[in-house]
Design a protein around this ligand. Structure first.
Ligand SMILES: [Zn+2]
Length: 318
């Protein structure tokens, strides 16, 4: 029994509040990447797009929820990592009515994704296409820049924006004031149905524990009643959940510090990270659970993020 075994009734309540959780079925695996459809009255908003490889699933999921992707006229992405916004350009090309809101530091990469693609290719190599599919630019005149602390009036809703660095420097969360639902992206951590384990995604190059701590305080101050995670799902214990994130981040930093010279051995650190998570998750660490976690938050990225952070810190740059 975990803290999140009441999904059916939660889904009904979400629906009543105008939210639909779309499971993007990333690489044929459920509960890895979510997008959130928000009914704002006369229009629809979409929080996160997922990658282009999930576009068919996104369209099908929106249809199953009783809507149509062509009626979405605003997309808001928490950040520009490909699992969150990789499909934005393809969607924008297909549906000329849609505008895309993003953190100003992320915007240039959404408009001209070449640099983002190059740096992702250094990590994913030949797997780029299988994981992410097409990565197209969003026309500049259809990109809106988010501002920290602003409240966006979207249809009948008020969506408050808060900048929340830590996982990435250009990360933003979205808070629906009416239902007090917080769309927390990756700074809100990762949690999978079936376990109470909250993972901290710490990829290179911008993982920043000090900034992250401030972002957790920012999210706590919003006093959410629910937290909606991109990886994966909606949970009704947001204060408890948010309290898990920084201890996890600190444990990972401590693991990196304890690794000594092994920190630069990505394979060894990847194994350490996997073992750490399995130990924490305990009996719930089934193959499927570990696959979901590793797709949402690849072990190898954690190993690389930790090394990058500790070497920057050693040089006095973090
Ligand atoms: Zn992510």
């Amino acid at each position: 029994m975990s803290r999140n075994d009441h999904h059916d009734s939660l889904e009904t309540r979400l629906k009543a509040d105008g939210f639909s959780v779309i499971d993007l079925g990333f690489l044929d695996t459920s509960h890895v990447i979510a997008a959130y459809l928000v009914d704002v009255g006369s229009q629809l908003a979409l929080i996160e797009t997922g990658p282009s490889t999930c576009l068919d699933n996104l369209e099908r999921g929106i249809t199953a929820a009783g809507y149509d992707l062509r009626d979405v006229n605003r997309i808001i992405v928490t950040h520009i990592h490909l699992d969150h916004s990789g499909a934005a350009g393809v969607i924008a090309r297909k549906y000329p009515n849609v505008r895309v809101s993003v953190h100003p530091v992320g915007a240039p990469h959404l408009i001209e994704p070449e640099r983002l693609v190059r740096s992702a290719a250094r990590i994913y190599g030949d797997d780029m296409d299988r994981l992410w599919g097409e990565i197209a630019g969003v026309p500049e005149d259809r990109v809106d820049l988010l501002r920290d602390g602003e409240t966006l009036a979207v249809g009948k809703r008020s969506l408050r924006i808060a900048f929340t660095p830590g996982h990435a420097s250009h990360h933003a969360v979205i808070f629906d004031e009416q239902s007090r639902t917080l769309f927390a992206g990756d700074t809100g951590g990762i949690r999978m149905p079936g376990s109470d384990f909250v993972a901290a995604p710490i990829p290179p190059p911008e993982f920043d524990p000090e900034a992250w701590e401030g972002s957790i305080a920012t999210m706590r101050a919003l006093a959410p009643a629910r937290i909606a995670l991109t990886h994966f799902g909606v949970y009704e214990d947001p204060a408890w959940h948010l309290d898990q994130v920084m201890p996890r981040v600190r444990e990972l930093v401590a693991m990196g510090e304890a690794a000594g010279d092994e920190i630069s051995d990505t394979t060894a650190m990847t194994r350490r990270f996997d073992a750490f998570q399995r130990r924490k998750i305990g009996d719930a660490a089934t193959d499927l659970m570990m696959r979901r976690l590793n797709l949402a938050n690849p072990d190898v990225l954690a190993a690389m993020g930790l090394e990058r952070y500790l070497s920057k810190r050693g040089e006095g740059k973090a």
